[in-house]
Design a protein around this ligand. Structure first.
Ligand code: FEO
Ligand code: CA
Ligand code: CA
Ligand code: CA
Length: 602
């Protein structure tokens, strides 16, 4: 790897080169340890993992499958103790069960899958002198699954679009799944994005009402997209029986770890789409000081970027009154969608004449929800409830810009600039689909790009530029912020973003198209080294890098779907990480720290 040289604080480590190891590969001088794996007990009384003898009851008390977002929230009054909050995105049945018949789960397998998804809250304790975290199986822990009750808030709650046989009031939803990335709030809660929820419903093709069928199609529901076949065993997942159940997923979920008995919330005021995540910025000066703004991307090809500007300010502390007040911040305010100056380009990825990919943009309002529950739709012919539940249609109506799969979007706490991973879009410029433009500058985009927005947060105008146009640094169609491309680690398919305490951007990848395992990278943002990109670690073969948490002395990653390579399954494992020998691979959260527990990368 390249020497650390004059790298910025936080980036002084020896870059890990591209590789295809069945291991988490970290820089020299660093250490790692598993925090928790699929199947490890979370709730008191849950059994130890037994791959060959799984049950729904055991899984509901254990850590679930395919950990994605991870976060650490301090436990009030217990120094060194944290709630580890983690999304458990989706079941990959052929890798969870030996002898799995493709597309034909047994009822037992389907019910294990329903218990393997959702969210885990696990108390962890920091260890002296290292970055390791030990789990506590105790009363602070929570496991939310496809069966746990959630309270729906905002304009969709109680509306005709979400009433079902089991919930005629349309206010209590059972379950969360497809929880991809997320964010932590400054008021001590976790946000989780419900993303590919269309993959859990049967018989979209049997919905005969024309409007309902069109709306299902706009959200990519299709018979072929029912990957998990839950509708065979639980009729609420059969759209021919319960068409409104589809409208009860696709929200930002908020979980309060400080009260394990609190019913978590789904916030419909933030819109319904394939939420990758939601991340908060709090305005720190001027007349809007204290205003909370949440950014969220809709991760599908040609979908949009959104923000929600709250009209409610944070009440400090963790009293019951403060927590009840703060849990309504994301219910009251205005939802916007982004339009970019997006002049057509030739699609080759060549730098434009001006020297970099840059322009302006504006936010178009879709919906305002008031403190008294009344709401205003900005879209002719759509009620507030319709905008909140069929948000993609509302965004179509205002001409939002079709992006290359908006994944995580997060404001840099040091500068307020907002960074979005546009992961890839193989359909850009094909078959009459939208062609390359300045902000999505390549047709058949395999490697993705990183967007940097300078937003005034509460207003409607912004400027933007591309920080990275990812891919092979030796290729003409890549751009690393103007930095010397012979001195960077190659990056491809950015997914999650985070910031270290020095203000550097960290990016985890999913689907590296450059013949290497996926990894975690640090990117310099300012000065002469802007665009310098260094790989801090790689994950085992077939895995995606998720999480991540980038603290001063500790990095946490979630290793998702290790060993998921073509022509492999639990019957023919491609990976034996993390347990080694002949074991099955297990998605796991890993802590990485520097020898002696000193700060990372300085
Ligand atoms: Fe679940 Fe958008 O990655
Ligand atoms: Ca993701
Ligand atoms: Ca993030
Ligand atoms: Ca992804």
């Amino acid at each position: 790897g390249s020497a650390s040289g004059d790298a910025l604080p936080g980036m002084k480590f020896t870059a890990v080169p591209a590789n295809t190891e069945d291991a988490v590969v970290i820089p020299d001088g660093y250490r790692q340890e598993i925090v928790i794996r699929w199947g490890d007990p979370v709730l008191p009384g849950a059994p130890e993992f037994d791959f060959a003898n799984q049950t729904p009851e055991a899984q509901a008390g254990q850590f679930g499958f395919n950990n994605d977002f991870a976060g650490l929230i301090p436990v009030d009054g217990a120094p060194g103790h944290f709630y580890l909050v983690a999304n458990l995105e989706y079941p990959t049945e052929p890798f969870m069960f030996t002898g799995y018949k493709d597309g034909e789960p047994t009822e037992q397998q389907a019910r294990i899958a329903m218990a393997a998804v959702g969210i885990a809250v696990v108390e962890v304790v920091a260890q002296n002198g290292s970055g390791a975290l030990k789990t506590v199986v105790g009363p602070r822990n929570q496991r939310l699954t496809a069966a746990s009750p959630f309270r729906l808030t905002g304009p969709v709650a109680g509306s005709e679009f979400v009433r079902t046989t089991a919930d005629p009031a349309g206010t209590t939803i059972l379950g969360t799944f497809a929880n991809c990335s997320g964010g932590l709030t400054p008021w001590g809660t976790m946000l989780s994005g419900e993303e590919n929820f269309n993959n859990y419903f049967a018989n979209a093709g049997k919905v005969t009402d024309k409007t309902a069928a069109k709306r299902l199609e706009r959200y990519s529901f299709a018979d072929d997209d029912d990957e998990h076949h839950w509708g065979r065993f639980d009729k609420r997942f059969d759209l021919a029986v319960e068409p409104n159940e589809a409208n009860r997923f696709g929200y930002i979920v908020e979980v309060d770890p400080h009260d394990p008995k609190a019913v978590p919330v789904k916030h419909s005021s933030m819109g319904r789409f394939k939420h990758e995540s939601a991340n908060i910025y709090v305005v720190d000066s001027g007349p809007d000081k204290g205003t909370v703004v949440a950014y969220s991307g809709d991760d599908e090809k040609f979908e949009y970027i959104y923000k929600f500007v709250s009209s409610r300010k944070i009440k400090s502390g963790l009293s019951k009154t403060a927590r009840e007040h703060n849990m309504r911040i994301l219910d009251e305010g205005t939802l916007y969608v982004a339009t970019f100056t997006a002049e057509p380009v030739d699609g080759s990825g060549a730098l434009p004449a001006a020297g970099k990919f840059a322009g302006k943009g504006s936010w178009k309002p879709l919906l305002t929800v008031n403190a008294d529950g009344t709401a205003r739709s900005y879209i002719a012919g759509m009620s507030p409830a319709e905008v909140a539940v069929f948000t993609r249609e509302a965004a179509d109506a205002v001409g939002a810009t079709k992006m290359d799969r908006p994944e995580d979007i997060e404001p840099n706490p040091k500068t307020g600039k907002v960074y979005c991973a546009l992961t890839n879009n193989s359909d850009r410029g094909t078959d009459g689909k939208a062609a390359a433009d300045l902000v999505n500058p390549r047709n058949e985009n395999k490697n993705g790009q990183i967007l940097e927005m300078t937003d005034n947060h509460t207003g409607t105008e912004f400027t933007w530029e591309l920080l990275l146009v990812c891919g092979d640094p030796a290729a003409a169609d890549t751009y690393y912020g103007g930095f010397d491309k012979t001195k960077v680690s190659p990056i491809s398919c950015p997914d999650n973003v985070a910031f270290d305490p020095h203000g550097n951007l960290w990016i985890s990848t999913d689907g590296n198209a450059l013949d290497s395992n996926d990894g975690l990278f640090a990117v310099a943002l300012d000065g002469d080294r802007r665009g310098e990109t260094k790989q801090f670690l790689t994950v085992p073969k077939g895995a995606e890098t998720c999480g991540p948490v980038i603290d001063s002395n500790r990095i946490l990653i979630a290793v998702q779907h290790p060993g998921e390579l073509d022509d492999h399954s639990a019957d023919n494992p491609a990976s034996h990480w993390p347990d080694g020998g002949n074991t099955q691979p297990r998605p796991s959260v890993v802590a990485v720290w520097r020898d002696g527990g000193t700060p990372i990368g300085v």
